[in-house]
Design a protein around this ligand. Structure first.
Ligand SMILES: Nc1nc2c(c(=O)[nH]1)N[C@H]1C(S)=C(S)[C@@H](COP(=O)(O)O)O[C@H]1N2
Ligand SMILES: [Mo]
Length: 528
């Protein structure tokens, strides 16, 4: 018992101080701390089914759960390291060094071009080693081993030979124990102070300021305001413009990258005649355009919430690519974010005239950090993982045959246009009184537009729903229909037809590899 207590008092404060020093160094160097680096490596290394399971089990809390899990493992490892430090200090130092090597390896898994991220890891390892050394020296010597059998002359107890594994009867708070407690408390104070300052620095207070002072510039040719009839204004129906605070968020970033507009640079290079480098002012100096675009995640299940619509403001990426001079054969625009995530977009989709943007604002406000501040990509018609790079700083023209992006390496399709889809939002309740009810929802087929939405009640005829107005073909479209429902159980099904005349297939497909299919179906019970 007591040995475990001592091991904890040696190991846990050492580990805490190590994390604190790591965070502080990361803050000063403006890179990620050791915990995030390790967590990223865990995410990248986890097999796809594990990731999907985590997302479905924990929903948007999956990141928090991962961090808590890492914390728990770290705590356990700290106690073990403390034990080792008390018994075999050299072995303890050795295993800390081994952990450090693993940490540095984790850095290079995702941050090959950011070797500075190894520095906080290294300093954390040194801190852990020193902490274990110092605190284990403060630990009380064990009481003489209980006499078991007559034995020869006892060996003198050295740290190496002392048998500290035998539980000692409690002897109250010895002065020695008090020294250990003081040392441990000191390490915890160091951990809290350095960790606190580090968090403050990495939380990007300066980035927050940079975003706060930003005025959203006007578009060169602003779009007309949205017509009122894009929105039926029915309570519970997804509003035409998704409030940014409720816009879905999907990314692999464990800590949201926070750069300032002053720091931001974009490089356009690879298979181009004239590579370009831009800073934020250069970007704003170009004509800004607005576009109404509905973003959708390929992981969205039929009826799911991973879809949202906004009015984006940005610079046409196609214009920049034309300036750079795309060489023939460069069929992939490979974009990369500050945190090393990559995304491959077909070059032709950026050049074919659609509103492919380097966006700086959504719904009239600078992008929130979670949605890509200061600059992200938006390409209508393609699922997010092949088009919507947040925190984008690097664009390389290349070939699909030569390079593959993050999710492609994990089994998702190389090309992924958004499939025609519709969703039932209302009725919100599954139990209703008899009478006429408004059934309503949204449907989308970006780049084609929605021409019709039909609703089926039980196995009756499909009925045409009323459609709201739309500003273009790249957004979702609200639909509604009032239906009388008598007592009993009823099944509501929806399907959309896009402007090419294609009607959504009933065939059920999972999101992997290129988007779910099937009709969204809802059961309701009608009773008095
Ligand atoms: N840097 C970065 N950008 C990213 C991702 C990511 O993991 N990292 N995920 C993409 C995916 S899968 C989707 S669906 C969209 C979601 O954008 P949102 O979070 O703003 O809704 O961002 C895309 N851009
Ligand atoms: Mo996505």
């Amino acid at each position: 018992m007591k040995n475990n207590l001592h091991a904890g008092l040696v190991g846990v404060p050492s580990a805490a101080a190590a994390v604190g020093i790591g965070e502080l160094t990361a803050g000063v160097l403006r890179t990620d701390g050791p915990i995030v680096v390790v967590a990223d490596a865990v995410v990248d290394a986890s097999p796809q089914p594990a990731k999907e399971l985590a997302i479905s089990l924990f929903g948007t809390y999956d990141k928090l759960v991962l961090l808590l899990g890492i914390g728990a493992v770290l705590g356990l490892a700290a106690v073990l390291a403390g034990r080792l430090a008390l018994r075999r200090p050299r072995a303890a130092t050795g295993s800390v060094l081994a952990l450090g090597a693993v940490g540095v390896f984790a850095v290079f898994l995702r941050r090959v071009d950011e070797p500075v991220a190894a520095v906080p890891v290294l300093l954390a390892v040194v801190t852990a080693g020193l902490g274990l050394r110092l605190l284990s020296r403060l630990a009380p010597e064990p009481a003489p081993a209980p006499r078991r059998a007559p034995a020869g002359a006892p060996e003198p107890a050295t740290p190496e030979t002392a048998n500290r594994s035998v539980d000692q009867p409690s002897g109250g708070d010895s002065p020695d124990r008090r020294r250990l407690l003081q040392g441990a408390a000191g390490a915890v104070v160091i951990a809290a102070a350095t960790g606190g300052v580090g968090r403050f620095l990495t939380s990007g207070a300066s980035a927050g300021e940079s975003r706060d002072v930003l005025r959203v510039p006007r578009a060169a040719e602003p779009l007309p305001p949205l017509p009122r009839n894009v929105d039926f204004g029915i309570r519970g129906l997804s509003p035409f413009v998704t409030p940014t605070s409720r816009f879905y968020r999907i990314d692999t970033a464990l800590s949201v990258p926070r750069s300032t507009t002053e720091d931001w640079r974009l490089r356009i290079h690879g298979l181009v005649d004239r590579p370009i480098e831009l800073d934020y002012a250069d970007l704003l100096a170009r004509p800004l355009v607005e576009a109404d675009v509905t973003l959708a995640c390929v992981s969205n299940q039929v009826g799911g919430e991973l879809v949202g619509n906004s009015r984006w403001l940005g610079v046409r990426l196609g214009d920049l690519l034309r300036e750079a001079g795309v060489r023939s054969g460069a069929d992939q625009v490979l974009s990369r974010s500050t945190d090393g995530w990559t995304c491959g977009t077909p070059t032709e989709t950026v050049l074919d005239g659609r509103d492919a943007l380097l966006a700086i604002a959504m719904d009239g406000e600078p992008l929130p950090f979670e949605h890509g501040f200061p600059v992200r990509m938006v390409v209508p018609g393609l699922y997010g993982y092949v088009s919507a790079t947040k925190w984008v700083t690097d664009i390389e023209l290349t070939r699909f045959a030569d390079r593959s992006a993050y999710w492609i390496d994990r089994g998702w399709a190389e090309r992924a246009p958004i499939k025609t889809m519709s969703r039932i939002d209302l009725p919100a309740r599954r139990t209703l009184p008899p009478g006429t009810h408004t059934v309503a929802g949204v449907a989308w087929a970006q780049r084609r537009g929605i021409d019709a939405v039909e609703l089926q009640v039980d196995d009756r005829e499909w009925q045409q729903a009323d459609l709201a107005a739309v500003p273009g073909i790249d957004t979702w479209r609200q639909w509604r229909l009032d239906v009388p429902l008598d007592e009993g159980r009823h099944t509501l099904r929806v399907r959309a037809t896009d402007a090419t005349g294609y009607t959504q297939t009933a065939r059920v497909a999972e999101p992997v590899p290129n988007g779910a299919t099937g009709w969204h179906t809802v059961q309701v019970t009608v009773r008095k």
